[in-house]
Design a protein around this ligand. Structure first.
Ligand SMILES: Nc1ncnc2c1ncn2[C@@H]1O[C@H](COP(=O)(O)OP(=O)(O)OP(=O)(O)O)[C@@H](O)[C@H]1O
Length: 293
């Protein structure tokens, strides 16, 4: 085999050009509050969390918002567990502000008309740049579908299900990361959801206690944690919010993100974004009335 390498002069020529012209590595915007979360060509982002933590909801929100903001972007969603209709119901709830339960049961009438119209308009702006993988759910089909649709953002939900069936699942999941890196090297950005294993809590019981979840929690894999560029764990807070804990960030300082999650609307937002209802100022008016009497 002939040796494969590039000389430093080759590498420096294009790199120096980027540095001097201020050309940054491309990143896709993921919406308000997620500036520190890096997803773009060449990167593998791992997102873990207990069942029901909201991984799918958050990953779909990022994907749709990236498509809304970056009109050049195309995305492929490879979800083994949920059909496109189920995923679209959830996004319709988020974009329209109509509770998911009403959308799921189609309890919709004229009063929802305007909000539905706005949400469908938004979906129309992304629909020809968004594709859903159909069976077979394997990496060969992911590669073929990404090529056919020219998708650069690929959402895998979830990683362990894309490891070939085998008696040695751990080995297969480790091999999976090799393939994910090949997708990234080919210019794709990989948003990879991962199941996590239970850990022992302080009482010695097996649980998904957020305090015990760490890089080693990614089930059946050591390679997932080493091979990714960034790894996040989505965990419920005591007050019903979520913390997006950054366990690893190869290209920057790891920064956690505090989130609010509205399950009925499948909507995440940064806990740092100001909302009028968080500030009850009615007592000030009350005080004013008292003072006037
Ligand atoms: N109509 C609803 N009202 C309120 N909450 C809801 C409603 N429908 C779903 N949810 C909640 O939204 C969350 C959706 O989680 P999601 O499926 O994104 O989690 P996940 O981390 O991907 O889980 P899994 O690994 O089991 O797929 C769950 O906590 C679920 O209970």
């Amino acid at each position: 085999m002939s040796a494969k390498y590039s000389t430093a002069s080759d590498a420096i020529a294009s790199w120096r050009e980027d540095v001097l012209t201020g050309t940054k590595p491309p990143r896709w915007p993921l919406g308000d509050g997620f500036d520190d979360v890096e997803l773009g060509p060449g990167l593998v982002l791992l997102l873990g969390g207990a069942p029901g933590a909201g991984k799918t909801a958050l990953a779909m929100q990022w994907t749709l918002d990236a498509l809304r903001i970056d009109l050049e972007l195309r995305a492929l969603v490879a979800n083994v567990e949920s059909s496109p209709r189920v995923l679209l119901d959830r996004q319709l709830a988020r974009l329209s502000g109509i509770p998911l339960a009403d959308i799921r049961d189609r309890r919709l009438d004229e009063q929802h008309g305007d909000r539905l119209a706005v949400a469908f308009d938004i979906l129309d702006t992304v629909s020809d740049r968004l594709a859903f993988l159909e069976a077979p759910f394997n990496l060969e089909n992911v590669a073929a579908a990404a090529d056919a649709t020219d998708s650069k953002l690929i959402l895998l939900d979830y990683a362990q299900r894309f490891a070939a069936d085998s008696d040695n699942k751990r080995h297969e999941v480790n091999r999976l990361m090799d393939y994910l890196r090949k997708f990234a090297d080919a210019g794709c950005g990989m948003l990879v959801l991962a199941a996590v294993g239970r850990t022992k809590n302080r009482q010695g019981q097996s649980s998904y206690d957020p305090a015990g979840l760490n890089l080693a929690s990614f089930r059946e894999s050591s390679e997932l944690e080493f091979g990714c560029d960034s790894a996040y764990m989505l965990a419920p807070d005591k007050d019903g919010g979520r913390t997006l804990a950054c366990l690893k960030n190869r290209h920057g300082e790891p920064a956690d993100v505090s989130l609010r999650f509205d399950g009925s609307l499948q909507r995440f937002e940064s806990a740092n974004i100001w909302r009028p209802e968080d500030f009850d100022v009615s007592h000030l008016w009350q005080g004013g009335d008292d003072a006037a009497e």
